[in-house]
Design a protein around this ligand. Structure first.
Ligand SMILES: Nc1nc2c(ncn2[C@@H]2O[C@H](COP(=O)(O)OP(=O)(O)O)[C@@H](O)[C@H]2O)c(=O)[nH]1
Ligand SMILES: [Mg+2]
Length: 300
């Protein structure tokens, strides 16, 4: 009941589709969910992309922890040797940043073409990533920006696979989908928390309970305050302060039941409406209402 079921689907087929696209491009824009930089990453990305130049976008950074965003960005740049940008849906500034980075990263490729006596052609780029990380939003923003700048020209854009997003850059208008291999339960749980796996693979109550556990434990209890404040949970009344551990002493007991009781959501006298509250907590987290939170613990 508690487990998150995994339906691997057609992983091999998805990998083949990704490889076909990979043959067409010079540079990969790899989109990760900044709330789970590790859990939304393929692992051996270098091998998957056959060492092609990569720009990593830590997307949805409007929802993730600012301090950890910078640490993860630094780590990706240092350990993986890839350029990394923090991006979010709403920001037009990001689109310029992405374009400029593509131009920067593509310089050696263009120079190589010139050295071979070839006429430099536009750099070809593909957006890639796991489901729900923001691939389509990223593609749409890049295309929209190009259109508003150059004016939509009939027959040039939408129907084709390639969209000119800059005089020197062509973007594949469908993303490369990186299949999720069977993750361990902790990774699957985090993917469920950020809504990246289908709802019928898990039980809301289980995921909400585990989310609250994570929020209580992560980074030495860094997010406990967010949860207690957002749900207006006071210190526990039923337990003497002396009975509580030192971590709990300054805070409340974070459970679905306590949150439901606080809101007076009951199924009957004194019985908290756990089902309704679990859904509520998951929505709140996904909408960033509890705070800017990163679920992958930062490791050096
Ligand atoms: N808050 C926030 N939501 C985003 C961001 N990027 C995408 N989303 C939302 O995340 C969901 C998945 O985005 P989509 O681009 O369809 O992801 P894809 O499956 O990778 O193509 C949509 O509801 C988007 O509106 C972002 O930077 N911030
Ligand atoms: Mg999409």
């Amino acid at each position: 009941m508690g487990h998150i079921h995994w339906y691997p689907g057609h992983i091999a087929k998805a990998e083949r589709a990704l490889k076909e696209k990979l043959n067409l491009v010079d540079i990969i824009l790899e989109v990760l969910d900044a709330r789970i930089p590790k859990s939304s990453s393929y692992g051996d990305t270098e091998k998957l992309f056959r060492g092609k130049p990569r720009i990593v976008l830590l997307n949805k950074c409007d929802l993730s922890d600012d301090a950890l965003n910078l640490k993860w960005k630094k780590k990706i740049e240092e350990k993986e040797g890839a350029v990394c940008l923090l991006t979010s849906n709403g920001s037009h500034k990001d689109t310029n940043l992405i374009i400029n980075k593509i131009l920067e990263v593509s310089k050696p490729i263009t120079e190589k073409m010139t050295a071979k006596g070839l006429l430099p052609r536009p750099i070809r780029v593909m957006v890639a990533g796991m489901p729900n990380v923001g691939k389509s939003s990223t593609i749409n923003r890049l295309i929209k920006k190009a259109k508003t700048k150059t004016g939509a020209k009939a027959g040039v854009t939408r129907q084709q696979q390639w969209v000119r997003v800059h005089e020197k850059i062509e973007l594949l208008d469908t993303p490369g989908i990186i299949p999720m291999a069977q993750p361990d339960q902790e990774t699957a749980l985090k993917l469920a928390c950020v809504n990246s796996i289908g709802e019928n693979a898990y039980d809301n109550e289980h995921v909400a309970r585990e989310l609250l556990r994570l929020l209580s434990e992560l980074s030495g209890g860094r997010y406990r305050k967010n949860v207690c404040e957002y749900y207006n949970l006071g210190p526990l009344e039923s337990v003497e302060p002396s009975e509580m551990g030192s971590l709990e002493a300054d805070c409340c007991e974070i459970t679905i039941e306590n949150i439901a009781l606080k809101r007076n959501w009951l199924v009957k006298e004194g019985m908290p409406d756990v089902t309704r509250c679990a859904q509520f907590i998951l929505s709140n987290f996904r909408d960033g209402k509890i705070g800017k939170i990163t679920l992958d613990e930062y490791e050096c």
